[in-house]
Design a protein around this ligand. Structure first.
Ligand SMILES: [Zn+2]
Ligand SMILES: [Zn+2]
Length: 473
């Protein structure tokens, strides 16, 4: 009995000492509360190396020269697969026509996903530069060429450190973000099955390079669209009493649609209804048979969106009837339903603040005011926790960049290493945290020690790689 008491006291003393020592080292050597804070800077240094920058800029320019619209991204998809082949990264293809899903890591759980959209827009590029669009009437005017190259950049960084990754990063290259609901189709193919979290980004000309903006909760609106055909009876403009005028009916409809926002919506529940297309008539003295209008409606909850949709239908039909017209309406919500609002997960927001702050400095991580723009990334967030953020690319010493969806849109390629490194860091540290958490809940090690062990292991590996200057890319 005496002997046994003595032994347990001894064990308890040894354990206490063993558990405290690394905790002390952690606070002095890594100057951070969780010990993972060195990874984002290391990844950014890696991404800023000349060989890496030359490669990622080259990839982006190739995609920019050959823009492809939604579900037609065949060459873009081929280029992605060829780069993944060169990196030795396995992938699934085709997923939802042109989509590619790559896998970096062990191939087993936990899983975390990074998303890039691949499609371009039907816009003619203005401006003359060596790598401008070679396809008339099509252009990467939303920066998806940059998104793809940054995702490939993240893949390259992660693959370089693959032996330190316990888990799998799922690289989701999706088609048709611009209205085609590619995200929904990828989701329906099961690409996020067993995935714990997904990260997506978008370039913005409204912030400087090295700055990111986002927030917890809803940051972008949900979105629907409609096409309405208002039919009357055409005739001579001099005798309106013999015709049924669809132009007048459509005009009343457009004015009444605005009342859905000004008179029916709670001012604290932002909504937008905009008619962007009005087509009808061919001569000043002819009343046409029909008019077509098209528009978009937006809100920050699916309930508000569904309500708007119902009232839009009632107003169009009701106002058409007032002037003896008929109306048919198509909401284009099949097979892809209304785009939900983009809602960021709160835990992932905390993760983002930490990782982006470690990489860029806390003053470069800004809060975002919600926007009425929308993103099909929201479909992923309906299925699993997701996080979407904007990454700045304005260089204050250069002329102001053109905005998205315009022929003057331009990418500042300096943004590419930042996006690649931040996406890689968000995924790698998320997996490490999951590993630490599971080890901790299994009771294998004292919780305070775990971040030190895993982060030191990874940092050491990164450091060794960074020292090998001669390592070819
Ligand atoms: Zn766009
Ligand atoms: Zn976009």
């Amino acid at each position: 009995m005496k002997t046994s008491m003595g032994f347990s006291k001894f064990v308890s003393l040894v354990l206490t000492f063993h558990l405290l020592t690394p905790t002390l080292v952690l606070s002095s050597s890594l100057s951070s509360s969780n010990g993972l804070s060195g990874i984002p800077r290391k990844f950014l240094d890696f991404a800023k190396r000349k060989e890496f920058v030359d490669w990622i800029v080259g990839v982006r320019r190739k995609i920019h020269e050959n823009p492809e619209l939604g579900y037609e991204e065949f060459e873009t998809s081929k280029l992605i697969r060829s780069e993944l082949d060169k990196l030795g990264i396995p992938y699934k293809h085709p997923v939802s026509v042109t989509g590619v899903v790559g896998f970096v890591g062990t191939g087993g759980p936990p899983f975390v996903a990074l998303r890039a959209d691949m499609d371009a827009l039907p816009i003619q590029e203005e401006g003359d530069w060596e790598h401008r669009s070679k396809i008339p009437g099509k252009m990467h005017a939303c920066g998806h060429d940059a998104h793809v190259s940054m995702a490939l950049g993240a893949a390259k960084i992660l693959q370089e450190h693959v032996q330190d990754i316990n888990g799998t990063i799922v690289l989701v290259f999706q088609p048709a973000e611009e209205g085609g609901g590619g995200a929904k189709k990828m989701l329906d193919q099961g690409v996020l099955d067993n995935v714990d979290a997904i990260f997506g980004l978008h370039v913005t000309h409204q912030e400087t390079v090295g700055t990111v903006v986002s927030d917890s909760g809803p940051i972008l609106a949900g979105n629907g669209l409609f096409t309405a055909v208002i039919t009357g009876r055409g005739g001579h403009a001099a005798h309106p009493q013999h015709s049924i005028d669809p132009i007048l009916a459509a005009s009343n409809i457009i004015v009444s649609l605005q009342h859905l926002v000004s008179c029916e919506a709670d001012p604290f529940d932002p909504r937008v209804v905009t008619v962007g297309k009005f087509q009808g008539g061919s001569a000043f003295n002819v009343i046409p048979d029909s008019v077509t209008i098209e528009g978009t409606f937006r809100a920050f909850s699916l309930t508000s969106l569904v309500q708007l949709k119902q009232r839009i239908e009632e107003v169009i039909k009701g106002q058409a009837a007032v002037l003896r017209c008929n109306a048919t309406i198509d909401f284009h919500d099949k097979p892809v339903p209304l785009y939900p609002p983009t809602v960021n997960d709160n835990d992932l927001h905390e993760h983002f603040l930490k990782v982006a702050g470690d990489m860029l400095g806390n003053d470069k991580v800004k809060d975002m005011k919600p926007l009425m723009g929308s993103e099909d990334f929201a479909f992923y967030q309906e299925a699993i926790p997701g996080y979407f953020y904007f990454i700045g690319m304005q260089d204050e010493s250069r002329p102001k960049l053109g905005s998205v969806h315009t022929p003057q849109f331009t990418i500042n390629e300096d943004v590419l290493p930042y996006g690649a490194a931040l996406q890689a860091s968000l995924a790698a540290t998320h997996l490490l945290k999951a590993e630490l958490k599971s080890a901790s809940t299994e009771g294998n090690m004292h919780e305070d020690v775990l971040p030190y062990c895993a982060a030191t292991h990874l940092l050491k590996a990164i450091y060794m790689k960074n020292c090998e200057d001669s390592r070819p890319f």
